[in-house]
Design a protein around this ligand. Structure first.
Ligand code: 13P
Length: 258
């Protein structure tokens, strides 16, 4: 039986006091849950240390949303993997579609970021997913295959087993237009097949492939029940305590029913 992972991507939201309030409320919500799901909260950089402090008394892990591809030095405004680790984060989102689109992050840079994170023993949550026009042109498998192979397949098998993948179709992010369970399952199975061809059956089975894109308390159970969906990367709904806890509950239900 495999656990699920539910990660919350707060994106660029919340001030310091608001972030503290939300973290404490989530910790309280998780308090009486005998959790089998791995919960990860990815707040903006300034709140990593605070999140790590709160997490010590709770049962969630902390992740960053981005990292520099450089190790250290004269890169004004950048944040290194070592900084993230020393602030208490064990995960980091890489290659989110918003970073690919707005900050022009290329496959090459993302592949380097993944390496930097692994050097610091941080688990990358590597995001892949096609845009609407690509799906409509029936190119979604091709696009996802390219992102996966270019971003992760430079890793050896030992490195690869420390990576989490998140399939986030761009057309589903923040739009309320969730992928159907069939669409999610189809793509997740495709991704697992690519992993199997490259790293073998065991690594493919063990790989975590999360779904992201308008995942909420209403649709999480159906999505997480799909055979190849190992949890979710949650945006908007991770900012609302009750919704986030309900999504985690959906993951728990799936683990128990497995
Ligand atoms: P929403 O859940 O708000 O659609 O965002 C998904 C996402 O981008 C998570 O990384």
């Amino acid at each position: 039986m495999k656990n699920k992972i539910v990660a919350g991507n707060w994106k660029m939201n919340k001030t310091f006091p608001e972030a503290e309030e939300l973290l404490v409320a989530i910790a309280e919500g998780l308090d009486d849950m005998p959790l089998e799901t791995d919960v990860v909260i990815c707040p903006p950089f300034p709140y990593l240390e605070m999140a790590a402090d709160v997490s010590e008394e709770s049962n969630f892990s902390v992740g960053a949303q981005n990292v520099s591809d450089e190790k250290a030095g004269a890169f004004t405004g950048e944040i290194s993997a070592a900084m993230i680790k020393s602030a208490g984060a064990d995960f980091c989102i890489v290659g989110h579609s918003e970073r690919r689109a707005y900050f022009k992050e290329t496959d090459e840079v993302l592949a380097k970021k993944v390496k930097r994170l692994l050097e610091e023993d941080i688990i990358p949550i590597f995001c892949i997913g096609e845009q609407l026009a690509e799906r409509e042109a029936n190119q979604h498998f091709q696009v996802v295959e390219k992102q996966l192979t270019a971003g992760l397949f430079h890793l050896d098998a030992k490195e690869f087993e420390r990576v989490v993948i998140a399939y986030e179709p761009v057309w589903a992010i923040g739009t309320g237009r969730t992928a159907s369970p069939q669409q999610a399952q189809e793509m997740h199975a495709f991704i697992r097949g690519l992993i199997e061809a490259k790293y073998g059956t065991e690594k493919a089975y063990n790989a975590y492939i999360l779904y992201g894109g308008s995942c909420n308390s209403k649709n999480a159970l159906e999505l997480f029940s799909c055979q190849d969906v190992d949890g979710g990367l949650i945006g908007g709904a991770s900012l609302k305590v009750e919704d986030f806890i309900e999504i985690i509950n959906a993951a728990e239900t799936c683990i128990k029913n497995d």
